[in-house]
Design a protein around this ligand. Sequence first.
Ligand SMILES: [Zn+2]
Length: 306
Amino acid sequence: MSDSVPCSLLFKLSPELRLKIYTHLLTFPTPIHLRQHVPGTPHTALLRTNRQIHHEAQAVLYDTNTISLSRNDFCLFTDPALQTPVETLQVRQLRFTSFGESLACNVLVERCAVCQDDARGLLEALGGMPVLRRVGVDYSTQIANFVRFRQLAAEEGGSRKGLTITCISVRTYRVRNAGFDQVDFTFSHRPLASIWPDLATLSHSLLSEEEQETVLARLRIQDPDTPDKLWLLLWAAQHGRLVDVLGEQVAGAWVDESSDALAGMSGEQRDAGLHGFTVMLQTFLKAHTAVQCRRFLGVLRESMGM
Ligand SMILES: [Zn+2]
């Protein structure tokens, strides 16, 4: 629909049909930044046509999409003019693109409650969003902030009953907070989360070397850095050569996610095992280049006469 369609035409339709049109025009496959134009579509212009359309269409926009925000947008010391204009009462799904403190609080000795390491103010703000059902935080660019947050939650577990952070898989942590039981709240390392599952499946598949290379090439388009690093580890694990890549001590942190041993563990053991493994992978991703990993895989293959 273009802006030139008269509003009166839209109002000749039944409310149900209007709703269908809004849903069709305003549902986006990736999280949206409300401050920006959504790439590739002029449809959000619909929101600016008149008051009634704005009211009806905005409800649909918040219902069907994931909204992208950062801690900056909740910071108590940041000028509201520099924050994303968002109807927090209507947000159902939220994605944090950054878990770092705001620019304003970064330069202050005393940060606001939202930007504190324990994120107390942020949790309160999220708890005050009545229809919020899902929160996803990508912590990959602020690993230190997440580590501190996790540590504080564990230390203060007694006094702040209800807040727990559990590693549920390689790459993802689930937050449970008594303040908002109904919210699915997770922290994930985005490069790991998007690449690991495919590669883990690939390493257990019976595909030929050429077929594996095709999958790798496709993943490199998505992320040129992560696939080769993780593939070296998975290949080495598959062929009993992990110690050559990681050294004996670090290789001990390897967890086979598909093994029954994991399922038989207590919640605490499972959390510790998966957390240790996730930290090891994060550290490995940071410490090596993709080129180094490809070369080393070549050396390993050669040493095995492959
Ligand atoms: Zn702040």
